[in-house]
Design a protein around this ligand. Sequence first.
Ligand code: PLP
Length: 367
Amino acid sequence: MINHRGPEFAALLEDVVSGLRWALRTANDVLLFPASGTGGLEAAVVNVLSPGERALFCTMGSFGDRWANLADAYGVDVVRLAVEPGEAIDPEDVDRILAEHPAIQTVFVTHNETSTGVSNDLPALAAVIKGRGKLLCVDSVSGAGCLPLDTDALALDVVITGSQKGWMAPPGVTMVAVSAAGFERANTATLPRFYLDFARAKKYQDRNQTFTTPAVSVLYALQEGLAIIREEGLEQVWERHARAGTMIRVAVEAMGLKLLAAPGHRSDTVTAVHSPTNSSDSLKQFLTHLRTRYGLVLAGGQDSLSGKIFRIGHLGMIDDSDVYSIVCTIEQGLVDLGLRSRVGLAAAAAQSQTRSPQPAAEPAAVG
Ligand code: PLP
């Protein structure tokens, strides 16, 4: 392991931060903390809010709820704008709430809700929120690096992401892009903070160090992930995810399954699908069968969606051939368990491979 106060680490940190600035399209500081994505969500809350302050949390599912609950635990006066699972946040609702509550100075929005496979229209939301002069914090844990995200063009103040998603690195580092207005707010906001303090993190990063011992091995992986993205090109990476998302959705619907997310807001990094069965046990059996028989790992639903949906993660290292493999395997799994009687083209192709089954691709885990 290298000395994290030495020149090798300084060069690594500088390279990772400049890569993240490029990928997030920002000239802002990108602070790195040894924590999972939730640590980044907590960093945003404790640095920009004060006890008892009213703030708007727009939630589309489990991760939006987590952010609001976290703020609640810190004594924030949380105003929740919650939508039904599968729905996106309507900018008009945000505008209405901001008009009704002039005390709200900060809005928290999930870019891509991993629990429901819904992407918000971030430019439309940012136009409303920034148009009213509010500070805007965005959870892009499962969006950044995969979905179009123009931090500075949208004037986003705090953008949070995590090493384990589109960046193709192991978990353990949260990356938080903070605008000048975000740092200014942190100077006056009074929620207690220590480990996740923006000002201290910036002071260390300005000299290419980190306050605490960094997750050095994860940062090496992140450097490699960024190099892969640079080699392919950022917009090409966005296009590849858009293509994978479209292919998965078309195939899933062609199998007769139903998507949870509303049309127009379907995520290109995670697809949530209504269960092909009406029993949570048989859904579990289906997912276990896919994993143990074919090596395809899909996620179940979280919280109120547990036993009702399954989720396909398609972010990071994923290409067309992975999508074919995922689609064929899902269809074959349905046929195996009698959940789909007609063997379609995809399943027929998969069946022809059953003599020497290949483990299906396993893209980055969904949360
Ligand atoms: N926000 C979103 C949108 C996520 O998908 C996740 C994790 O999957 C999180 C927050 C929390 O991240 P972590 O599990 O790394 O703490």
